[in-house]
Design a protein around this ligand. Structure first.
Ligand code: G3H
Ligand code: 13P
Ligand code: ZN
Length: 328
């Protein structure tokens, strides 16, 4: 059944688990996510980005989500719009039937420049006013997402390219977060705690201190009733990188956010965990392997089925690790 983000995350907070929010662009991702949720009995958040809309078109994305609800009516599902860059975009998503929208006022409408705090508050607040009137939840964002290692915000996904920043500029300030939530009344808040979008998060293997856990704890202490959201939460599994490169890929060495650290973040108040890159890597690895092992095959259903199996295994692992399994 369709539920709002607030409904779903209130349950997650009450029972102390986190929910992976997977990006969807096509049928194969949607099937993989839903089959994984069905097998593990997990609640679902599926999210559509601007890139997804450009690729599939808003009506196809909407109907993919509606098809998921129709085939799996027993699972609670949030239709979420990822990284809305203006109130107009959020309004359109609500009109399409989305039960949750992200107003990302931390960046300008073209997604390129960090905005002022006042701009962020006023755009986010506008969205909350009309979204709440429709029973739709709102996620806001405060802080600049980027790698603490390089001081660079992720560029590869087109979400942000803001140049070099120091650590203090890159972590969400707990006091500012408290004011932001009071001023906007958002249901969920995306915070900058050391993650960045895309596959190239860290150039060194993790040391166990990838996330600013203490910062998460401080923000949660100030905002116990606001659900914290972690963007850029892909773990960039080394086994998928290896498989891609074994079958002709050329992905340089890179590391993501270890699942164990995300689980720790969930202990301190993170409830929504955004994952896109890991499913892209799994799909690519599976398809490269299928092409390598069976070059005579030309029925796309055969190799795309391999990608569904690969993505499903990643989704199952995340539902289980975050404690969402069995909560639907
Ligand atoms: O936040 C970024 C997501 O990974 C979506 O990326 O705009 O390429 O679909 P995209
Ligand atoms: P990843 O690139 O780490 O998968 O993050 C996705 C995301 O935050 C979508 O909003
Ligand atoms: Zn994001």
């Amino acid at each position: 059944a369709l539920v709002s983000l607030r409904q779903l995350l209130d349950h997650a907070a009450e029972h102390g688990y986190g929910v992976p929010a997977f990006n969807v662009n096509n049928l194969e991702q949607m099937r993989a996510i839903m089959e994984a949720a069905d097998r593990t009995g997990s609640p679902v958040i599926v999210q559509a980005s601007a890139g997804a809309r450009a690729y599939a078109g808003a009506p196809f994305l909407r109907h993919l989500m509606l098809a998921a609800l129709e085939e799996f009516p027993h699972l609670p599902l949030v239709m979420h719009q990822d990284h809305g860059t203006s109130p107009a975009i959020c309004q359109r998503a609500i009109q399409l039937g989305f039960s949750s929208v992200m107003m990302d006022g931390s960046l300008s409408e073209d997604g390129k420049t960090p905005t002022s705090y006042d701009y962020n508050v006023s755009t986010t607040r506008q969205v909350v006013a009309f979204a709440h009137a429709c029973g739709v939840s709102v996620e806001g964002e405060l802080g600049v997402l980027g790698s603490l290692e390089t001081g660079m915000a992720g560029e590869e996904d087109g979400v942000g390219a803001v140049g070099k920043l120091d650590h203090s500029q890159m972590l969400t300030d707990p006091e500012e977060a408290a004011h932001f939530v009071e001023a906007t009344e958002v249901d969920a808040l995306a915070i900058a705690i050391g993650t960045s979008h895309g596959a190239y998060k860290f150039s060194q293997p993790p040391t166990g201190e990838t996330l600013a856990i203490e910062r998460i704890r401080q923000i949660h202490a100030r905002l116990p009733n606001t659900h914290l959201v972690m963007h850029g939460s892909s773990s960039v599994p080394q086994e998928w990188l290896k498989l891609i490169n074994e079958y002709g890929g050329e992905i340089p060495e890179t590391w993501g956010v270890p699942v164990a650290e995300i689980v720790e973040g969930i202990r301190y108040g993170v409830r929504k965990v955004n994952i896109d890159t890991d499913l892209r890597l799994a799909a690519t690895g599976a398809i490269r392997r299928a092409f390598g092992q069976n070059p005579a095959e030309f029925d796309p259903r055969k190799y795309l089925k391999q990608s569904v199996d690969a993505m499903r295994s990643v989704c199952i692992a995340r539902f289980e690790a975050f404690g969402a399994a069995g909560q639907a």
